[in-house]
Design a binder for this molecule. Structure first.
Ligand SMILES: [Zn+2]
Length: 392
């Protein structure tokens, strides 16, 4: 199984120039091969329409077409970069097209500030004497604050505003013994950044995280008011990027703690499957940040659960907040916080019900229960409250 290890690296001035250059060369390759695919697709479509290849001509060229072409058409710049790093760049184009074929948006050209990493798939790197030796770049200072386990499979260098990181993805041999599943919980992650368990327990992300998110929204507005191409706009862009970076650090820290907690307390955790396409196209900043945060939480939980022989399940998210545990539809606007079912009379907090609906969609418990909702609603404290509300 794979495990990732991330460390900060400290390049000197000369190495930083080389890293930036590599990023630029990879980015150009990425954009060029994207354009190439588009051009080829148009050409092939034309050929099809003129029946040049009546037996059917592939509309899209793929990774292998481009990777085979690469050594023949290498520019002087591209020769400065390790060949496998270039191949990996083409793989990224392939991946974004696969996502596109699976319903995500059309792959985008990458601007200078968006393309932030490149990958050595296995070769071209060495770790020795507190240095990370990268082919064509040099030996960069690294502090290994924890031991790397297993065999390094890939090594990704990443720029984060003004800092550099390396992530090693390692293959480790580990025998995982699935444990007997005794405890299960459904989890509802909300737009309000609140997470709700099916027993009614709720967790709120730390206050400082909310504060940073508010600050980000403010700085973003400042940025939008600055003149395009001006020096001031560039300064503001860096401020925004720094706040973004801080949120990512805080969020990751929170998600790490929460996922450890989840895996320690439950054998089987059920989440809703987040809809990735919507995430990319969503223009609501707060929403897209919170979605990115949740998908990180789910990934971390999955990863830790796998180690512990436990299960994380992602279920169909369709209408989870619009239905009762008894299966009866209970449409609610976002502002309606209380769920009232006309069928079984259940009255409870909407997120609490949603968490139970999510849990009930798990493969182990079968479809939504059709017994009386009250006895299905998990959590003693909430049960009392729910009863009280029924009597209201
Ligand atoms: Zn009901």
């Amino acid at each position: 199984m794979r495990k990732s290890f991330q460390f900060r690296i400290y390049p000197n001035k000369k190495q930083e120039v080389a890293l930036e250059r590599t990023l630029t060369i990879c980015r150009h390759l990425y954009n060029d091969s994207l354009a190439d695919r588009k051009r080829q697709a148009e050409l092939n479509r034309l050929k099809q329409s003129f029946n040049v290849f009546p037996w059917g001509y592939p509309e899209w060229i793929n990774y292998y077409d481009q990777a085979n072409q690469l050594p023949l058409s290498k520019t002087a710049f591209q020769k400065e970069v390790h060949s496998q790093v270039l191949q990996n760049t083409l793989k990224r184009v392939e991946r974004s097209f696969q996502n596109f074929f699976n319903g995500a948006g059309y792959p985008r050209f990458q601007g200078r500030n968006r393309y932030n990493s490149f990958t050595y798939p296995g070769s071209g790197l060495k770790l020795e004497d507190g240095k990370l030796n990268l082919s064509k770049i040099g030996a960069i200072k690294i502090i290994l604050h924890r031991a790397i386990e297993g065999k390094i499979k890939t090594c990704t260098i990443k720029r984060d505003v003004d800092q550099w990181y390396v992530t090693f993805s390692c293959e480790i041999d580990i025998l995982i013994i699935p444990i007997e599943i005794k405890t299960i919980t459904g989890i509802d992650v909300g737009l309000t950044s609140l997470i709700t368990f099916s027993n009614g327990e709720q967790i709120e992300p730390p206050k400082y995280l909310r504060a940073s998110e508010k600050r980000l929204a403010r700085e973003q507005i400042h940025l939008s008011k600055k003149k395009k191409g001006s020096e001031n706009r560039n300064k503001q862009r860096i401020i925004v990027a720094k706040v973004h970076q801080r949120i990512r650090f805080q969020r990751k820290d929170f998600n790490h703690k929460l996922s450890t907690n989840l895996v320690n307390n439950y054998d089987h955790v059920v989440f809703e499957k987040l809809q990735i396409q919507n995430m990319v196209q969503n223009h609501n900043l707060a929403k897209s940040i919170s979605d990115a945060g949740w998908s990180q939480l789910i990934n971390l939980t999955k990863y830790k659960a796998e180690y512990a022989g436990k299960i994380v399940e992602l279920v169909n998210p369709r209408g989870t907040s619009q239905v009762c545990i008894c299966g009866h539809p209970v449409p609610k606007k976002l502002s309606m916080r209380i769920h009232r079912c006309p069928n079984c009379g259940l009255v409870a907090d909407r997120d609490h019900v949603t968490a139970n609906v999510i849990e009930s969609r798990s493969s182990t418990t079968g479809t939504a229960g059709f017994q009386a909702c009250l006895s299905n609603l998990k959590g003693e404290a909430m049960k009392q409250e729910a009863t009280l509300l029924v009597g209201w």
